[in-house]
Ligand binder design. Structure first.
Ligand SMILES: *Cc1c(COP(=O)(O)O)cnc(C)c1O
Length: 353
């Protein structure tokens, strides 16, 4: 029997998810916050063109994509670092700080990958409970110790959809010591409509210990290709590049991401449609009597406690896959109008018992 690291015993084994299909064949995946839209034709064409070159290794420096991102956001190219999905960039970040005794602070519940990646990197997780479903930034600042190397701030928060606004975030950043890296995970940034929510790219500019994490998986609809990025000061971006597995961002992903930036206007129109549906879904749920925190992301959060798994089963019976967190609540992505109608109908049935 090979000897593995002890932490592996605590990690959950991979279990393949089963497809949720209603008896009438209807099936709506509202469990992973994906875009409900098919990829745009120019993006598919860019991937097809790149496919003709797959006997070659991809550009390890992701040159074209780095240039495109730097231009899009008006930042120097040295501030951009890529990864195979922003989850992988988060993993790389934890590896850059992961020494025995190092701590990472994050809110809980927040993105389910944080504890897993921290465990894998050998970094100790310090979880700070949400207050009213929102990051409690004062408590998070108080949780920072001399052992803290990294803080994740997920804004909007997955799975609650709640946000932290500029004043409190700036006050928080002013408190955190300069040698602690603060990572603003903005996977859902494009869905934010609350003008009080800051753009992390404004906050990081004059703060060397702050970096922003973004992804092509959600608003840009490339979840299947795995590409995300960090924007931060050169030492941070360089640390991420050093910890990237060589060639991690494949050529199809690079081509699709470049094409998506070129087609951004159309993609952001789709985001706007999802935002409108978000309002309709939340209003519909509120009208049914649910408590739904205001959400700035492409999902809603229902704190169901002990009824969480029963709710997920009720939705599954109608072909709606949601993301349940047993004993806590369910996160439901905003999908197509048809999918959202199916969710609203299942939710109403559930309330009526
Ligand atoms: C979906 C998500 C990501 C992005 O993951 P990818 O690896 O880029 O697909 C990152 N952070 C949060 C909070 C997310 O919900």
């Amino acid at each position: 029997m090979p000897r593995f690291r002890g932490i592996l015993d605590e990690l959950p084994a991979y279990r393949p998810g089963k497809a949720v299909v209603a008896p009438d064949g209807r099936s709506f995946k509202l469990s992973s916050n994906e875009s409900p839209y098919d990829p745009l034709p120019p993006v598919v064409e860019a991937v097809a063109a790149a496919a003709r070159e797959i006997h070659r290794y991809p550009d390890p420096a992701c040159t074209r994509l780095t240039e495109a991102l730097a231009e899009r956001y008006g930042v120097p190219q040295e501030h951009v670092a890529l990864g195979a999905g922003s989850v992988t960039v988060a993993q790389q970040l934890l590896e850059t700080v992961g020494e025995p005794g190092a701590e990472v602070v994050y809110a809980w519940r927040s993105f389910e990958a944080y504890p897993l990646l921290a465990d894998l990197a050998g970094v100790t997780s310090v979880r700070v409970p949400l207050a009213e479903e929102t990051h409690d930034l004062e408590a998070m600042a108080a949780a920072v110790t001399p052992r803290t190397r990294l803080v994740f701030v997920c804004n909007p928060n997955n799975p609650t959809g709640t946000v932290n606004r500029t004043d409190e975030l700036v006050a928080f950043l002013d408190t955190v010591p300069q040698d602690v890296l603060v990572v603003l995970d903005e996977a859902y940034h494009e869905y934010v409509r609350d003008a009080g929510v800051p753009d992390g790219l404004r906050l990081y500019a004059d703060r060397p210990n702050v970096a922003v994490l973004r992804t092509f998986s959600k608003a840009y609809g490339l979840a299947g290709l795995r590409v995300g990025y960090l924007i931060g000061h050169p030492p941070v971006a360089e640390a991420v590049r050093k910890t990237m597995v060589p060639f991690a961002v494949n050529a199809l992903a690079q081509a699709a991401a470049v094409a998506s930036l070129a087609a951004e206007e159309q993609l952001l129109e789709r985001v706007e449609a999802v935002v409108k549906e978000r309002t309709r879904v939340r209003d519909g749920l509120l009208a049914q009597g649910w408590a739904v925190p205001p959400t700035e992301a492409n999902f809603v959060w229902l704190r169901l406690g002990e009824r969480t798994m029963a709710f997920a089963e009720r939705c599954a019976a109608d072909g709606v896959a949601v993301r349940p967190f047993a004993g806590e609540g369910a996160r439901v992505s905003i999908g197509s109008p048809e999918a959202n109608d199916a969710l609203l109908s299942a939710a109403e049935d559930f309330r009526n018992g």
